[in-house]
Ligand binder design. Sequence first.
Ligand code: SF4
Ligand code: SF4
Length: 57
Amino acid sequence: MAYKIDNNLCVGCCACIGSCPESAIEQKNDKCVINSSKCVSCGICETNCPVSAIFIE
Ligand code: SF4
Ligand code: SF4
């Protein structure tokens, strides 16, 4: 189980970056991506994404 960002839904607002306590999210090509090696699956970013682009699988 890992949190991921749906590239097709992400609008690049970067709200998730500031919400992540582990600094596990980076901006890349106007979208954001989660660094799975830093992510601790707390789910805070999912709550803060305004377009529900973050999901767990
Ligand atoms: S908060 Fe959501 S829409 Fe905004 S950059 Fe992060 S994943 Fe993309
Ligand atoms: S689940 Fe938590 S640790 Fe992982 S990217 Fe989101 S806010 Fe950061």
